[in-house]
Design a protein. Structure first.
Length: 297
């Protein structure tokens, strides 16, 4: 195990200074050059393999680029915001929230790094400029600029595959998919949604080349209702697939509203598996003795 004394000797500073830095002492006053040299030596010697890397005394920025309308339509964002803050608090890290990217860029020197939610509203130019002044960033849910930042994303492809297999194993033979638009940058679609793409692949693997897919629009209740109405118009009440995999609980709520208004009963007429986001997924929307499942990926 690498010791503080070894790092101090290699870096050319006192053990006390090195110890205070590596333990995140907020009262330590040293130059950026000194700090960078000590941390570089610690990296080379492998100190962080057995110790937790400190973030120092600076704040963590939370770039929350989610519109009020999106927050109203999808409680997922409020839940995510709360979860991030809880973890930061547990780690005893200070956080400052920004909704404006330019403001964060102007105040980058005050932060050790940032976490971003809602990167689909950022342009590549903004992401590039942000990387130049604050390269330590993590983007949640999407990966719009892997050349600049790391990201944390749920394994939605595995989620859809698991849901499909569960339905097959429980006797469902005709399965459809309900989803929304894929990855966007500056509100412009640039990539198909991975859930939709995975469903197509898995459906073909199980001989369902022409499995019905309804995947367009935003992940909102309103769009879910629109899709639900389209499904009824296409299949009627008695020709529906045995079950649908729905990409999000928010869309599922709208679909269920449309089904209710159109006289389609769940689970009598069809079943729905919804990828878990909110408590609404506790609704019993199953049939053929198949209990509703929550899939978190």
């Amino acid at each position: 195990m690498v010791t503080v004394k070894e790092i101090a000797q290699r870096a050319g500073y006192s053990s006390a200074t090195v110890s205070r830095l590596l333990n995140g002492d907020p009262t330590l006053s040293i130059t950026d050059q000194t700090r960078d040299k000590i941390l570089a030596v610690a990296d080379v010697l492998g100190y962080w393999e057995d110790h937790e890397r400190p973030l120092g005394g600076k704040e963590i920025a939370l770039l929350f680029r989610v519109t009020e309308q999106e927050q109203q339509n999808d409680v997922y964002f409020a839940t995510l915001n709360k979860a991030i803050r809880k973890v930061l608090k547990q780690r005893q890290l200070h956080v400052k929230t920004y909704s404006d990217t330019e403001e964060l860029i102007d105040n980058a020197d005050h932060h050790e790094g940032f976490i971003c939610v809602g990167a689909n509203h950022l342009t590549m130019s903004e992401l590039s400029r942000l990387h130049k002044v604050l390269p330590a960033g993590v983007i949640i849910d999407t990966n719009p600029a892997p050349q600049y930042f790391d990201s944390v994303q749920p394994n939605l492809s595995l989620t859809v595959r698991n849901a499909f297999v569960q339905l097959i194993e429980n006797g469902f033979e005709r399965i459809g998919f309900i989803g929304g638009q894929g990855l966007q940058i500056a509100d412009r679609p640039i990539m198909a949604d991975s859930r939709t793409a995975t469903f197509k692949i898995v459906a073909e693997e199980y001989g369902m080349k022409y499995a019905p897919i309804f995947s367009s629009g935003a992940f909102t209740v309103e769009n879910g209702r629109r899709i639900g109405q389209q499904i009824i118009e296409r299949f009627g009440k008695i020709g529906l697939p045995d079950a649908f995999i729905c990409a999000s609980d928010t869309i599922t709520v709208g679909v269920l509203q449309a089904f209710n208004e159109g006289g389609v009963l769940v689970p009598r007429d069809t079943s729905i598996i919804s990828i878990r986001q909110i408590a609404i997924n506790k609704l019993n929307t199953s049939s053929k003795h198949f209990s509703h499942k929550d899939f978190n990926g």
